[in-house]
Design a protein around this ligand. Structure first.
Ligand code: 5AD
Length: 375
């Protein structure tokens, strides 16, 4: 691998989307290779999207969930979680904090619900947030990303009309077999894919992602995930390591050893770097799950091609109830503490933060330009 990498051929093949080259780079667990890929990704990032880091304040506004994903701590079947939905006032207080901090964008995330009351609540929040966030600093208001799971296309249209313009829906794994192995039969890979395509038709900037280090996942599967992102024309990527949660069918009895944590962190960093190298102009998030593996996990991702961070705005009292995986960081803190911490983290990487900017994915603008619509 060292020889082929020095020659440049392996990286060139990977860049062009060779499954074999990507799998070889993903499966070679050497610290120097991980650093070399991070450096290459950093160059690609600077050339295609610039070096700014964009914020998306993350508000986990409800943990009620009708899905039963076998890996997730807030799955419907976990009776040990106390369920909450933030009322309008609590939401608006968090939104005010988001604006005060100059984050520019907000991500509204929750468990998956499809009932009319929920859809109506989300629409009303969107309209109100859009309305109250317009100012001289933000003439278009906050940029809003929604992350509330699979919905009918008609519902996606309502969300879009109400003011959301980006949507995150992870495919979790681009392998239909792996997808099936971690979800109940009621959830299908085809339905998830079709939801992603609906989002694109509706006009959203579309984000997706996978979990890295899943049981039974091969380097080829991860290579295929990157090619999946490219094939589907994805604009934004949010992915992180799989971390077992003890109160789930997949995670009970599975504890990561320190050696495994380090391996999974390096694998995640190579995955982020290669995704940047292949996709070039998308936005890539340095996700919180990386920080569960290493206190500096998110900074490492920012140095490996990521350009988005998501400071948590969820009020301190309910944070612990939004535990998707064990060891989730920042659950005993409040938004205020996160704010200071995250700006220090970004400053430590010597990158500039895009305050009061949306920081949309240039890939989306290019997609619109090619479709002949104004960007
Ligand atoms: N480990 C890592 N990520 C997880 N998610 C859910 N459960 C886990 C876990 N155990 C991720 C999923 C989901 C996102 C909101 O959180 O990818 O899409």
């Amino acid at each position: 691998v060292a020889h082929k990498l020095l020659e440049g051929s392996l990286l060139e093949e990977a860049r062009r989307g060779s499954r074999e080259a990507l799998a070889e780079l993903l499966s070679t667990d050497l610290p120097w290779l991980t650093s070399a890929l991070a450096e290459e990704a950093d160059r690609s990032m600077k050339a295609h999207v610039g070096s700014k880091v964009y914020y998306r304040g993350l508000l986990e506004f409800s943990n009620h969930c009708t899905s039963d994903c076998l890996y997730c701590g807030i799955r419907a079947g976990n009776t040990e979680v106390e369920r909450y939905t933030l009322d309008r006032d609590r939401v608006m207080r968090a939104v005010a904090a988001c604006i005060d901090e100059g984050y520019g964008s907000l991500t509204l995330q929750s468990g998956e619900r499809r009932d009319p009351a929920f859809v109506e609540y989300v629409c009303s929040l969107l309209r109100e947030i859009k309305e109250m966030s317009r100012s001289d600093d933000l003439p278009e208001g906050l940029g809003i990303t929604l992350c509330v799971g699979e919905q009918d296309e008609a519902v996606y249209r309502r969300f879009f009309a109400a003011g959301a313009h980006r949507y995150l829906l992870r495919i979790e794994s681009g392998s239909p077999e792996l997808f099936a192995s971690m979800h109940p039969e009621s959830q299908s890979f085809e339905a998830r894919l079709s939801a992603l395509r609906s989002l694109r038709r509706v006009g959203f900037q579309v984000g997706t992602g996978v979990m890295i280090g899943l049981p039974g996942q091969s380097a080829e599967d991860l290579a295929d995930d990157i090619l999946f992102f490219r094939r589907e024309g994805i604009d934004m990527i949010g992915m992180g390591p799989y971390i077992p949660h003890a109160q789930t069918p997949m995670g009970s009895g599975d504890r990561l050893t320190p050696a495994e944590r380090h391996r999974r962190l390096r694998l995640s960093l190579r995955m982020i770097a290669l995704t940047r190298i292949v996709l070039c102009d998308v936005n890539i998030a340095a996700t919180t799950a990386l920080q569960a593996l290493d206190p500096l996990g998110r900074e490492m991702a920012l140095a490996a091609g990521a350009n988005v961070v998501m400071p948590i705005l969820t009020p301190g009292e309910v944070r612990a109830q939004y535990t998707l995986y064990n060891g989730k960081p920042c659950t005993d803190e409040d938004a205020g503490t996160c704010t200071v911490c995250i700006s220090r983290r970004v400053a430590s990487t010597s990158r500039r933060a895009g305050y009061n900017e949306w920081g949309d994915s240039p890939h989306f603008a290019e997609r619109m330009r090619q479709a002949g619509a104004p960007a």
